[in-house]
Structure formats: C-alpha cells, structure tokens
Design a protein around this ligand. Structure first.
Ligand code: PRP
Length: 209
C-alpha cells in the first residue's frame, strides 16, 4: 500500500490558504502555485541519494557530497498540472518533463486522454506526476496507468490538495505509488469538487470560465 505524505511545512500551509481564497486573482494564484510547487519539490527530494565527492576548498581538501545523479521525470497532467512545473524545475532543473493531457468529463467525471508525450527513457526515471487536485482520483489514476503501460517503474504523485476518495482510488489501483499532498481535505461534494478545496485549479490558473 502506498503512503500519503501531507507536506505540512508552515510556508506551504500559509500559501495554500491564499490559493484556496476565492478572492485571490489569476496572477497571484499562478504565482502561489509556482511557489508551493517549489516548496513541495524541496520536501519531495529529501531522500535523493548522495555520493561522495572530494574537492579543494580555498583552505584544504574536503570529502563532500553531491547528488548521485538520480534521473527524475516530471509529468504534469495538462492543463492544471502545468502550473506546478516551473516551481519544481527551479529546484530540480535537470529533470525531464513529459506531458499527459486528460480532461474530466463534467457529466461522468471520467478522464479522457487527448495528448501524451514522454521522455524516451521513462523506465529509468523516477517520475513525479503533478496535478493540483486529486478529486475522484480518476485523472491521476489514468495518468499513472498510461505511464506504466509505457514502461514506467517508479512513480510518485504530487498534488496541492487531495480528497480521501481520490487517495483511496490511487491506493487501490496503484498500491506502489506514494502520494504527496499540501493538504488532505474533507471530501468531495455532489459535483465531484474537493471541499473545502480551491475551486477549479485549471480555470483559476488560466483565467478561463
Ligand atoms: C481537474 C484537475 C485534475 C482533475 C481532478 O482537471 O486539474 O486533473 O480535474 O479530478 P479527478 O481526480 O476527479 O480526476 P480538469 O478536468 O478540470 O481539466 P483542466 O486541468 O484542463 O482544467
């Protein structure tokens, strides 16, 4: 069974409050999502492997550590996941970025794939799927299925807010996938929206609706 990690760093929680606030406009919403993604990147990379490196400081030779060159891939679910990419890349600039385009049918709430473009070596990369919202879990689960079908072996899921219903779906369908959330919210409402949630992240990022 995968684990759920709620990244409850005070800076993440503070910024999440303004992301949730309905009076936060598009420009500020986009900036906040970018900042929270960067802070979450800091937390999610906590366990990256290190290797020894000997260098010369201005004073003496020193045995130090550098990243062991783990290959990371970011996979935003278009459209809202795109808002998290730049923040992540600020901390892990060498990551490759694959895209999965899914939209949720407003009637059935089922995800539909319309675009997929991935790095050729996803089987060797540790992939982090990005989407601000984990609601019914249908989109994230479908994206993870697509990645596995194309050979992905190591996948984590990172969302700003998640509903327990979505967490259960990922646990059941992908027990190998750990979930990283800024917050675990209460539940879904009858329209499939996370409550209290943050509204529709895609619309708020891009000023549509
Ligand atoms: C939203 C959101 C997730 C999905 C979550 O996308 O960005 O991808 O719904 O819902 P689920 O867990 O029930 O699948 P939406 O379909 O609104 O598309 P968009 O990102 O293009 O706005």
């Amino acid at each position: 069974m995968g684990q759920v990690h709620v990244l409850d760093h005070p800076l993440i929680q503070h910024k999440l409050t303004y992301i949730r606030d309905k009076d936060t406009g598009t420009k500020e919403f986009r900036e906040l999502v970018d900042e929270v993604a960067m802070l979450m990147a800091f937390e999610i990379t906590r366990n990256l492997p290190l290797q020894e490196k000997t260098i010369e400081t201005p004073v003496m030779e020193a045995d130090t550590q550098v990243l062991a060159g783990k290959k990371i891939g970011l996979v935003p679910i278009i459209r809202a996941g795109l808002g998290m990419v730049d923040g992540m890349l600020k901390l892990i600039p060498a990551a490759k970025v694959g895209h999965v385009g899914l939209y949720r049918d407003p009637e059935t709430l089922k995800p539909h794939e319309y675009y997929t473009k991935l790095p050729s070596d996803i089987a060797e990369r540790e992939l982090i799927v990005l989407d601000p919202m984990l609601a019914t879990g249908g989109s994230a689960s479908e994206a993870i299925h697509l990645l596995k079908k194309r050979g992905a072996k190591q996948i984590r899921l990172m969302c700003l807010v998640g509903a327990p219903e979505g967490v259960d779906v990922i646990h059941n369908e992908h027990p190998d996938v750990d979930i990283y959330l800024g917050a675990l919210d209460d539940q879904l409402n009858d329209d499939g929206f996370i409550i209290p949630g943050l509204g529709d992240a895609g619309d708020r990022l891009y000023g549509t609706k």
